[in-house]
Design a protein around this ligand. Structure first.
Ligand code: ATP
Ligand code: MG
Length: 354
């Protein structure tokens, strides 16, 4: 196999998140967190009560999985106990965190069909504060097998409720469809985080999702709120992006996150290494922007929480994106060797013109 081009960052030994990395474990990780109490919000009661955020948009390829993985990892980098739930049969969150395909492992499918409970399906990840409820492609079967089942929309909610006390945040990666899996996610969730690309018809694309959220609010989950809309693969240099952003700002108001996620090749590369971007290239603009997004969410819901800046160093100059990154990124994307590697490894949908 061809080795990586020189321009790509090979895993650094000096990642500042190394202190939060533990030796990869295999098998079930349903034991408590070693530094569980560190994740407490100061002044809050001792008991945790996770906020459950579903990352949803029925449109494919808008950055749901990239957002779910990297938001969850950024929250974990702030020493907040975080669970990432892979609720998509494509299982991209699972492979993106380095887990091999395994139909026998306890997974979202087994949880939803009642073969195991949530706690019995949790996997450790490279980040000490991040757990994963993995998926396998057999999860697609839920859409058929549970069609006539009792409580079919409430399966995920019932499985996650007992886990709320173990985590500060639970992030659910949804499939690109308004199917029973997304429905289960939206019924289980407190809020929906909607990743969107700044395209001309962005609002039209999201109207179906907003209708669905309204219907769920009217019936299955009256407390469901919108966490926010985050612009992904954003290129602020284009007029179109500016116009669409202004329109989305008018429509969503303060629900549009101040942080937008730039198009950044490190974000696209990291999953092929089975890592969130902050363990792959912590100084990339992609890593920086997801840390900022996590920071925005923490500031909104945990105004007293101080550990993030100290743990993740996202305040001030300490985490400026690496200089010349944009230039470097262009080199990587234009390199013929990189293209060949990408094509062979099916690392898809990087817009070379972007
Ligand atoms: P699906 O609907 O199939 O589940 P998705 O909404 O989860 O897709 P992703 O898988 O996160 O979308 O992203 C689609 C593709 O775009 C992936 O190849 C991913 O690596 C790439 N990508 C996502 N965000 C970015 C970004 N900010 N910069 C560069 N590439 C990105
Ligand atoms: Mg996805």
């Amino acid at each position: 196999m061809e080795s990586w081009p020189d321009t790509l960052p090979i895993d650094s030994n000096q990642n500042k998140y190394d202190s939060l990395v533990h030796a990869p474990q295999s098998g079930i990780a349903n034991a408590g967190f070693p530094h569980y109490a560190d994740g407490q919000v100061s002044g809050s009661p001792k008991k945790l009560m996770a906020r459950i955020i579903a990352v949803a948009n029925q449109k494919g390829g808008v950055g749901k999985t990239t957002t779910a993985i990297n938001l969850a990892a950024s929250l974990a980098a702030a020493k907040l106990n975080t669970l990432l739930v892979d609720c998509d049969p494509q299982s991209n969150s699972t492979s993106g965190l380095g887990l091999a395909k395994d139909p026998d492992r306890n997974s979202t499918y087994k949880v939803l069909v009642g073969e195991c409970d949530g706690a019995g399906a949790l996997q450790a990840t490279a980040l000490e504060y991040l757990r994963l409820l993995p998926a396998h492609k057999n999860l697609i079967g839920v859409n058929f097998e549970l069609v006539d089942a009792e409580n079919r929309e409430f399966r995920l909610r019932d499985a996650l409720t007992p886990l709320r006390e173990q985590f500060n945040f639970i992030v659910i990666d949804c499939p690109p469809a308004l199917d029973l899996l997304t429905l289960n996610s939206l019924v289980a969730a407190d809020t929906v985080l909607i990743p969107m690309q700044a395209e001309y018809f962005a609002l039209e694309g999201v109207s179906e999702l907003l209708d669905t959220i309204e219907r769920i609010r009217a019936g299955l989950n009256p407390a469901l709120e919108i966490e926010g809309v985050v612009l992904t693969m954003f290129d602020e240099r284009t007029n179109l992006a500016q116009q669409v952003t202004a329109e989305l700002k008018r429509f969503f108001g303060e629900k549009l996150f101040a942080t937008s996620i730039p198009r950044n090749v490190r974000l696209a590369e990291a999953p092929s290494h089975g890592k969130p971007v902050l363990l792959y290239d912590e100084r990339s603009r992609g890593a920086e922007s997801y840390l900022q997004l996590a920071k925005e969410i923490i500031a909104k819901h945990m105004p007293d929480f101080q550990a993030f800046a100290a743990a993740a160093g996202v305040d001030g100059a300490s985490s400026q994106p690496s200089e010349g990154n944009e230039q470097e990124e262009k080199q990587v994307v234009n390199a013929p060797r990189w293209r060949r590697w990408r094509d062979r490894n099916k690392l898809v949908t990087i817009d070379l013109k972007g």
